[in-house]
Design a protein around this ligand. Structure first.
Ligand SMILES: [Zn+2]
Length: 343
């Protein structure tokens, strides 16, 4: 918390610019999941702290109002060793080598306003593997920043990425960002949907399709979570329930109705019978207690409610409405009531 003593008095509608100079050693979330890692020759952040409140974790590496509503544009200048790459969200606009210092500085910008927890960085020995996906409105680069030697297994694991992008674009509207990016990190407990820089644990990019649900859950967040963001932790089902719902959507259009029904039924049962025990009762999705922000109830009951809405409205109305909702509310934070009233 920074307290600023102003030399003069100001009116409440006056604008002030404050420069904050800061340094430090970034910290980890008490859960051991979110925060800033220096590990195995890589440095990277994961933008949410499951057990810290507020969950947003921009503050572990830059000064900010750390919530789901405060949004800003970003410019990152990352200086590292010449043999390393610094990968952030947005667009790489400059690289500058300092031969005396033997360093390199990468400058990235994000021109859309995003919340603190979706800003990201990963630094290390990376190779770029990329191709162009022909989107419904424009060509979109698809990039994988991977460990040297991981190109074959990356290609195998992500063999369906263009198909899934196409499914999501046709169901939820054009991709809202300039690139699709996964960055491999030395991590085995999941992934994080940073804007155009999805941090993906290396353990999951293993040359199989076993973790497609994780890959395309994170990709779905580019619509649900990143294009629109829950306006409070208590509304987290808007991010996580809908991204979980999208898993069934891509499975349906990639693998067929039977696969999708089997996939979803396997989650419906624990939503009714097990998660209420695990999470201490049958909870309404909103307002969810912050001790349960990232609970199975939020993910799986949230997905069940999205499925119920789809069933109730019918596919035409449902997908048209939710696509329009995403368009109208792009780059803003929305509440459960906003979504209810719109639909
Ligand atoms: Zn998620």
């Amino acid at each position: 918390m920074i307290v600023v003593d102003l030399a003069d008095s100001f009116n409440s509608d006056e604008e002030l610019t404050i420069d904050v100079y800061y340094h430090g050693n970034p910290v980890m979330d008490p859960s051991g999941w979110g925060g800033f890692y220096f590990m195995s020759g890589y440095a990277f952040n994961l933008g949410v702290g499951f057990e810290d409140v507020p969950h947003c974790y921009g503050r572990v590496w830059f000064p900010c109002n750390d919530d789901f509503v405060y949004k800003a544009v970003y410019l990152f200048k990352i200086t590292t060793q010449i043999e390393h790459k610094a990968v952030c969200g947005g667009e790489l606009i400059n690289t500058l080598i300092n031969y005396t210092e033997e360093t390199i500085t990468y400058t990235w910008v994000i021109n859309h306003e995003i919340p603190t927890y979706l800003a990201s960085i990963a630094v290390g020995s990376y190779e770029l593997q990329s191709h162009i996906y022909e989107g419904i409105e424009e060509d979109i680069p698809v990039e994988f920043y991977i460990y040297p030697g991981d190109s074959a297994r990356t290609a195998e694991s992500f063999i369906n990425i263009d198909s899934v992008l196409s499914i999501y674009e046709h169901k939820f509207g054009p991709y809202a960002w300039n690139r699709v990016v996964y960055v491999e990190v030395p991590f085995s407990s999941g992934a994080m949907e940073h804007v155009t820089n999805i941090a993906m644990g290396r353990a999951f990019i293993d040359g199989t399709l076993d973790y497609e649900d994780l890959f395309y859950h994170e990709l779905a967040h580019m619509w649900f979570g990143d294009q629109i963001t829950c306006s409070s932790a208590e509304d987290m089902w808007i991010n996580e329930g809908w991204a979980t719902f999208c898993e069934t959507v891509y499975i349906q259009y990639l693998y067929g109705d039977q696969e999708a029904k089997a996939y979803r039924r396997a989650s419906h049962e624990p939503v009714i019978r097990y998660y209420p025990i695990q999470d201490g009762g049958f909870h309404a999705l909103y307002p969810m207690d912050q001790s349960l922000t990232y609970s199975r109830t939020v993910y799986e009951k949230g997905a069940s409610v999205a499925h119920a809405l789809r069933g109730y409205l019918g596919d035409d109305l449902f997908f048209t409405a939710i696509t329009q909702f995403l368009q109208d509310k792009s780059y803003t934070s929305i509440s459960s009531y906003d979504m209810r009233d719109y639909l």
